[in-house]
Design a protein around this ligand. Structure first.
Ligand code: TRP
Length: 336
């Protein structure tokens, strides 16, 4: 670690390489990353966690493409290699090394009880592999390897962060103070509604999301399919398609616009969804346009993207090596 960063607050987060990022990833994730990279005293490492990605069914022939898409989307959103570090997890082998070392101090029974593991088992009953079970330990290693203090994540990651904190505490107790206990940095907009009107926007739910690379036409088509009602009523819906639309109006056209629509909804006149959707599609596209332009810039410069990733790998590597050295010494694996 270079001296000048010793006093900085370390931030680490990871994204699984599931292909194009959508509005939910952007508003609930990347925007938080942007906020943190712009803080002067923060040293942020953002990673594509490919080793976590392979714990669910995937296509190895398409995997590199999926990783590239996330890298480009990140850069397109404005994550700036001058202000933060990008990293592909598997390129720093110390992640898996630390995961193994930490796994020896964590009980199997705790991992078996994790709600995230139980859900995954139901989701992919034919793919319950050791890596899936190990997932939280590898995530703890990702975070602790850099002695991270803040982890920007969604609320669904709380159980994993609890595991990380427990592992840090246990390690410190057994082998001496080594790791800070990392805290979650929850994103204010973590719950972006699905276009289907049910649940969250999610990659695994067809018809639920708008990708950052979608054209105006695609956005319009997607919004057209959002289920609505007759446009008026006694109470503003607090779930379903209309709720989702109003949420997006507020996010992309402002609170005032939302209140105008709400007034219409409660009046005899009612909302004309066709118009609302057209206006909303334009507003969303306006926000995505500069992102798409920046994406094209990087798409045309693969050598530059590789250089950025190489710098990230080098930076992360030197910190990782120091931590592994310290951990191995403390665990009695090498002489001091
Ligand atoms: N489990 C996280 C998710 O599914 C991804 C992840 C892996 C991560 N390692 C991490 C997030 C380290 C934050 C820090 O979203």
């Amino acid at each position: 670690m270079s001296l000048k960063n010793k006093t900085k607050v370390r931030v680490f987060s990871g994204t699984r390489p599931t292909g194009f990022l959508h509005l939910g990833n952007y508003l609930g994730g990347v925007k938080g990353y942007l906020e943190l990279q712009n803080k002067k005293d923060y040293d942020c490492i953002y990673s594509i966690v490919d080793l976590h990605g392979i714990t669910s069914p995937y296509n190895p022939k398409k995997f590199q493409e999926q990783i590239d898409k996330v890298v480009l989307d990140y850069l397109a959103c404005g994550l700036d290699p001058k202000k933060c570090h990008f990293l592909i997890q598997s390129q720093v082998p110390e992640h898996t090394e630390l995961a193994y070392l930490l796994s020896t101090i964590y009980p199997v029974s705790r991992l078996e009880q994790l709600p995230t593991y139980k859900e995954k088992k139901q989701e992919q009953p034919k793919y319950i592999n050791m890596g899936l079970f190990y997932y939280p330990v590898l995530m703890a290693a990702d975070i602790l390897l850099y002695k991270t203090q803040f982890v920007p994540v969604g609320k669904d990651q709380s159980p994993h962060l609890e595991v990380t904190r427990e592992i840090a505490r246990t390690f410190n107790r057994h082998f001496g103070q080594t790791f800070p206990e990392p805290k979650a940095y929850f994103m204010p907009l973590a719950n972006i509604p699905s276009l289907t009107g049910q649940g969250k926007m999610s990659k695994s739910k067809e018809g639920s999301y708008i990708n950052l690379v979608d054209s105006l036409k695609v956005i319009k088509d997607k919004l057209t399919k959002v289920p609505t009602d007759i446009g008026k009523g006694k109470k503003i819906p607090d779930k379903g398609g209309v709720f989702a639309l109003l949420t997006f109006v507020e996010l992309f056209e402002g609170k005032k616009k939302r209140l105008e629509y709400e007034k219409l909804y409660l009046s005899n006149q009612g909302i004309q969804y066709k118009l609302l959707k057209e206006e909303l599609a334009k507003a969303i596209y306006e926000e995505l346009k500069p992102i798409q332009e920046r994406r094209k810039f990087y798409e045309k410069r693969p050598a530059l993207v590789n250089r950025i990733l190489e710098q990230g790998r080098k930076y992360a590597s030197q910190i990782a090596k120091q931590t592994i050295q310290e951990v191995k010494e403390k665990m009695g694996l090498i002489k001091k």
